[in-house]
Design a protein around this ligand. Structure first.
Ligand SMILES: Nc1ncnc2c1ncn2[C@@H]1O[C@H](COP(=O)(O)OP(=O)(O)O)[C@@H](O)[C@H]1O
Ligand SMILES: [Mg+2]
Length: 240
């Protein structure tokens, strides 16, 4: 059983690569409309949690629910069809493809031309800047704009939840703020967000709730503010 408002729920997930165990029991929930962050040190297993959630990696044990239904054995494309969006680490864009072409790629699940047009309109409403630049090649865009484009591509499938892996990684402080604005824009449009962030202090400031994952386990959880004020979090995860 899961609560009615839960979109995504992981319960006691263990798993890893080959014989190497990385996750030792991870549980989390994202409810409708929430903005949830996962923070924790490098190598803690955060991206692995996302791979399990998206079905790229089978968990060894534990359960994954999407809208209350078990999806442990559902392939990734079926999860995307059930409105899960995923933006992998590293702003994966194709330098020679235009904004429009990227969005078309994101619409591979959308069958009719009319539905694709509406999906693009939806994305342009959320990110008007992408509409202004529909003919621009991704290679000529800034890091912040490329992140927006990666998110826009995932939004073409009109997800109810979107998983963002390290969206601000490698960006200058000004562009980091810009990316967090984009994330809030998506969330205000009604999309639940689960993000992994190295930029822990900023992530906690923007998130409704957050989880600290350390060594493949849940370590702490609370509201963004609770964790920001927590002395242990400050000492161990926010650099003092
Ligand atoms: N494809 C893979 N094959 C083997 N080990 C991996 C693979 N991906 C990640 N790992 C290992 O799993 C652990 C957790 O990685 P990851 O989930 O990427 O951590 P995080 O995202 O928290 O930095 C690390 O020790 C990493 O080296
Ligand atoms: Mg990672």
């Amino acid at each position: 059983m899961t609560e009615d408002s839960a979109i995504l729920q992981l319960r006691n997930v263990t798993g890893g690569y080959g014989k190497k165990q990385v996750l030792f029991g991870v549980s989390l929930v994202v409810r409708r409309g929430e903005l949830v962050a996962i923070i924790g040190p490098n190598g803690a297993g955060k991206s692995t949690v996302f791979k399990v959630a998206m079905g790229y990696l089978q968990p060894w044990e534990g359960l994954v629910f999407l809208n209350g239904q078990g999806v442990r054995s559902l392939p990734t494309h079926e999860r995307v069809a059930r409105r899960m969006g995923y933006v992998p680490q590293g702003r994966v864009v194709f330098p020679d493809m235009t904004v429009d072409e990227h969005l078309d790629v994101g619409a591979w699940l959308v069958k009719s031309r009319e539905a694709r047009r509406r999906a693009k309109e939806y994305v342009f409403q959320i990110f008007p800047r992408l509409a202004e630049r529909r003919g621009q090649k991704a290679g000529t865009m800034s890091g912040g704009e490329r992140q927006m484009l990666s998110m826009g591509r995932a939004l073409m499938a009109q997800p109810t939840i979107i998983l963002l892996d390290e969206p601000s990684l490698g960006l200058s402080p000004k562009l980091v703020d810009e990316v967090f604005q984009h994330i809030e824009t998506i969330n205000r449009a009604g999309v639940a967000v689960l993000m992994v962030e190295q930029n822990a202090a900023k992530a906690l400031r923007h998130a409704h709730r957050a989880y600290v994952i350390d060594m493949g386990k849940n370590h702490l959880e609370g509201s963004g503010k609770q964790l920001l004020d927590d002395p242990e979090v400050r000492r161990s995860y926010l650099g003092g």
